[in-house]
Design a protein around this ligand. Structure first.
Ligand SMILES: Nc1ncnc2c1ncn2[C@@H]1O[C@H](COP(=O)(O)OP(=O)(O)OP(=O)(O)O)[C@@H](O)[C@H]1O
Ligand SMILES: [Mg+2]
Length: 420
């Protein structure tokens, strides 16, 4: 009988660190056994700025996940995000070798390598090289050219790069917490596995992960990633506006936002809300209107920035599947309606569905982390997506700090097999 495989992932976000431990069952389903949360410290705008404190927070999240699951972890798949991520499209071309001019795995590897010869400053590193399409003797739109005959093989790829020091610091934080980083994956790529359908990726879709400190945007077209952009704004900016505007501590502002906040200021009532003073010792009643007047402009600003990013990507009008939002920031009441009004294309909320154990365990973990409210599935999109990503990669291609593109290629191949 095939053994169950254990898998652990780590999402080092700007507002929370989330560790998941799970098992892949014999039939391939994912069973989440432990969820550990800890408040994110030592991170600013998605970049590690204090390794020791960051490592402590990682250890805490891991310990909680391990305890809940009743099993230890020694290696994790880690997500990376932050304003230092950049991406560009590239092109590579090689002559097909071999007698019969039949395209082999080695040709595919060579052409992908050729596409990754781009000029990069030494401060940057390539994180992923994602083939978008192959061209064989001028015939484009080919997803898997292996076995085809041809003389000239080309690839159009999407190259994701990261700041070398940011990557190093992220890895150091993980290693100092006693773990081996099995692979480092762009958050957005992982998230896409958890919330997008293959059809959406084929048609063309915008994925928006609104987190605490950043809002990450990815565009998928013809099944592959074609554009990425990280905006340095998110839910924590809304919280900070509330803290300043209502003169209260960030923790109270956070709870007020989750419990009473709305993206749209359509509330005309005389309702009041209870706000703690900054010291937390006294409380006062404030008209709810005041809260909504603070939130709305910031949310509109964020949606406007997303709209501009889509326009600047060159893919505006080419994403009939619309925009899929995920991440905690998109959970604000009325956020999807407000987003639809600004973006003027269909929007939906995406989250990992049908993951065994996630809801109950997420609830327990939220309580343990002392948040004062329960985190909903969209907040776990990255950590769950990392699990799917880890499951799809080849076990014998162990240990590259960066993800091997062979894992990705194989996945595309598997998906194609499913489709035909
Ligand atoms: N139910 C909710 N309603 C409104 N906002 C929420 C809710 N749940 C979480 N949030 C907000 O979501 C944000 C955190 O989202 P998330 O956990 O996805 O971020 P993160 O992964 O830590 O950050 P990032 O992805 O930017 O690094 C916080 O600003 C929090 O206030
Ligand atoms: Mg996140």
């Amino acid at each position: 009988m095939p053994r169950k495989e254990r898998i652990a992932t780590l999402d080092v976000g700007t507002s929370k660190i989330c560790a998941l431990v799970g098992e892949i069952e014999e039939n391939g389903t994912l069973d989440v056994l432990g969820v550990g949360l800890s408040p994110s410290v030592g991170i600013r705008k998605g970049v590690v700025i204090d390794i020791e404190r960051n490592a402590q927070a990682i250890r805490l999240a891991l310990k909680r996940a391990e305890q809940m699951a009743g099993m230890g972890i020694d290696e994790v798949w880690v997500g990376v995000a932050g304003a230092h991520i950049a991406s560009q499209n590239a092109h590579g071309m090689v002559a097909v070798t071999g007698e019969k001019k039949e395209i082999k795995e080695s040709d595919i590897k060579r052409v992908i390598e050729a596409s990754q010869i781009i000029s990069l400053p030494p401060s940057r590193e390539i994180l992923h090289v994602l083939p978008r399409e192959f061209v064989v003797d001028g015939n484009s739109g080919i997803k898997d050219p292996e076995g085809m005959s041809g003389v000239r093989l080309e690839v159009h790829s999407h190259i994701v790069t990261a700041s070398a020091t940011s990557l190093e610091n992220l890895i150091k934080g993980v290693e100092r917490s006693g773990l081996f980083a099995r692979g480092i994956i762009l958050d957005l790529l992982a998230v896409s596995d958890a919330v997008l359908t293959p059809d959406e990726k084929d048609l063309g879709v915008v994925l928006v992960d609104m987190g605490g400190g950043t809002t990450d945007i990815a565009i998928f077209k013809d099944g592959g990633l074609v554009f990425t952009k990280i905006l340095p704004v998110g839910g924590s900016h809304v919280t900070n506006d509330i803290a300043v505007g209502l003169r209260t501590a960030v923790k109270n502002a956070e709870q007020i936002k989750v419990l009473h906040g709305q993206a749209r200021n359509d509330n005309d009532t005389d309702e009041t809300i209870t706000v703690l003073t900054t010291s937390g010792k006294d409380e006062r009643e404030v008209p709810k209107r005041m809260l909504l007047e603070i939130i709305e402009p910031r949310m509109v600003e964020i949606f406007q920035l997303i709209k501009t990013a889509i326009e600047e990507s060159g893919y505006a009008g080419l994403t009939p599947a619309g925009v899929v939002f995920t991440g905690g920031g998109s959970l604000l009441k009325g956020a999807m309606e407000a987003a639809g009004e600004t973006l003027i294309i269909p929007v939906r909320l995406g989250y990992p569905e049908e993951v065994k154990g996630l809801n109950e365990l997420g609830e327990g973990a939220s309580g343990e982390a002392g948040l004062g409210y329960v985190l909903a599935p969209p907040v776990f999109s990255t950590a769950i997506g990392l699990m799917y990503y880890g499951m799809g990669s080849e076990p014998d291609k162990r240990a590259p700090i960066k993800d091997s593109f062979w894992g990705y290629l194989k996945k595309i191949g598997d998906k194609l097999k499913d489709t035909f």
